[in-house]
Design a protein around this ligand. Structure first.
Ligand code: NAD
Length: 451
């Protein structure tokens, strides 16, 4: 079955992609199973060199990958270049891992005891549509580095850069079948990753709802899972903060990628005494956000990914108490102007739901305890920011907010060299950082007697 990809900025058909069947998925998993054996048997330095060659192939294709993402996902070209470069960086970073999969030598009586990190076999990576190539790389690169094969299913709307990455892996000389991108439906290819016993681990990034289905299915075979799910993160602005900077940067903490970001700070909590000052400065910052044609260098925010998603985000306009909006183009394309809503209370759908679009809700708080309580009044716990000039408060609030990734007086994005993942229903396990390859291994303990 073929599926038509639509350019979200123009509404025009781009190309068709073949969707795989269950049988084709099984064939691919079998090829991956075979390829993994010879990959794991290579000398560590050979696997390291293969990943470095893959990094160089991506490096040579950065502009092409970026342009593909602009057309498939509507990402502004500057952002898309950052994403392609990030994939190159992830490959370079983890190319050092095969030669550093260190075990332990543990003192025991009567001999020696050593541990090994054995690869799992075939790993299934399932990705969402919001950051197709970067999120793919967080799964497939450390998995390969640890000696596994990977089958990757991209989201239906945005498969093109992932398919290109598989081609680049082949060009760089990765063994046939080691890294395959299988375009298809979640209910077909994704489901088969869960039920096929040769897939030993699933790395799933997507909605909390589907993540629960993946976890339930994985339980049948005690299949390992890493889950990167939804978010409703808070950007907390205290009265003692640099309010100018907090207001000027807030649009980019939530409207980047048109708000289609699991780390979007989609709730802004502002201390009451500076609410008016913040809102005035925030309004002029929001009005200056450049929403438009993603092929233009100056564009900061592109369209929403798909007409169906535009419909789901737009439904919140009727539920929101809108304070002000930025601007967006009219005409063909999935355009939505950045929107700032005032909170109607903690049960307001704009305060509770991951809208996953350019809508942010502002809620006033009294004091530090109140800010922490409101920040944690959500099932999610992925990201967040804390604005204060009081170092002690920055430490206290960072420790008290139930979230995996926080930044103080900044809105840091994901770094490949630091761990990333969620508390509560935002996920399970961690990606990236120095330990990521270990999450694609089993620890084995071996005792050898001295006699
Ligand atoms: P989604 O859950 O609808 O789909 C994600 C992927 O799962 C897609 O590839 C889809 O085809 C597949 N899928 C769907 N049903 C499946 C099933 N039954 N079995 C196996 N696979 C199935 O999510 P989406 O709409 O593509 O992405 C948006 C969501 O992703 C948001 O909730 C966002 O917060 C989340 N996200 C989280 C992170 C993170 O790191 N925490 C990063 C990006 C996006």
């Amino acid at each position: 079955m073929s599926y038509t990809i639509i350019n979200p900025a123009t509404g025009e058909d781009m190309e068709t992609v073949e969707h795989l069947s269950v049988e084709e998925t099984d064939d691919a998993i079998e090829r991956a199973r075979v390829a993994q054996k010879s990959w794991a048997a290579l000398a560590p330095v050979e696997r390291a060199e293969a990943l470095r060659a893959f990094a160089r192939a991506v490096e040579g294709d950065i502009e092409h990958l970026a342009q593909l993402e602009v057309r498939n996902s509507g990402h502004p070209v500057g952002q898309a270049r950052w994403e392609a470069t990030h994939v190159r960086n992830v490959l370079d970073y983890y190319s050092a891992a095969p030669e550093r999969m260190l075990g332990k030598q543990i003192p025991v009586a009567g001999g020696i005891d050593i541990t090994f990190h054995e690869p799992l076999g075939v790993v299934g990576v399932i990705t969402p549509w919001n950051f197709p190539m970067t999120i793919a790389s967080w799964g497939f690169v450390p998995a390969l580095a640890a000696g596994n094969a990977v089958v990757l299913k991209p989201a239906e709307w945005t498969p093109l850069t992932s398919l290109r990455l598989a081609e680049l892996g082949m060009t760089a000389g990765l063994p046939d079948g080691l890294f395959q991108v299988l375009a298809g439906k979640g209910s077909v290819v994704g489901e088969r990753f869960i039920t096929n016993p040769d897939v030993r681990k699933i790395v799933f990034t997507g909605s909390t709802e589907v993540g629960k289905t993946v976890m339930r299915g994985a339980a049948d075979q005690i299949k390992r899972v890493t889950l990167e799910l939804g978010g409703k993160s808070a950007n907390i602005v205290f009265a003692d903060a640099d309010v100018d900077k907090a207001a000027a940067t807030a649009p980019y903490s939530v409207f980047e990628n048109a708000g289609q970001d699991c780390c979007a700070r989609s709730r802004i909590l502002v201390q009451k005494s500076v609410l008016d000052e913040f809102m005035e400065k925030f309004e002029s910052a929001v009005k200056n956000v450049v929403v438009g044609d993603p092929t233009k260098e100056a564009t900061e925010v592109g369209p929403l990914v798909h007409a169906k998603h535009l419909e789901s985000v737009s439904a919140y306009l009727d539920k929101a108490d809108i304070a002000f909006r930025g601007s967006a183009p009219e005409g063909p394309g999935n355009w939505f102007a950045p929107t700032v809503a005032l909170s109607r209370g903690l049960d307001d759908p704009c305060m509770t739901d991951e809208i996953f679009g350019p809508i942010v809700t502002v809620h006033a708080f009294e004091d530090e305890a109140d800010a922490i309580e409101i920040s944690n009044a959500t099932e999610f716990g992925l990201s967040g920011s804390i604005w204060t000039r009081d170092v002690g408060r920055a430490i206290r609030v960072s420790r008290a907010v139930e979230s995996g990734n926080l930044s103080v007086n900044s809105h840091s994005s994901v770094r490949y060299n630091t761990p990333f993942g969620g508390f509560k229903q935002s996920g399970l396990g961690r990606e990236l950082g120095p330990d990521a390859p270990l999450h694609f291994t089993e620890e084995k303990n071996v005792f050898i007697p001295a006699d």
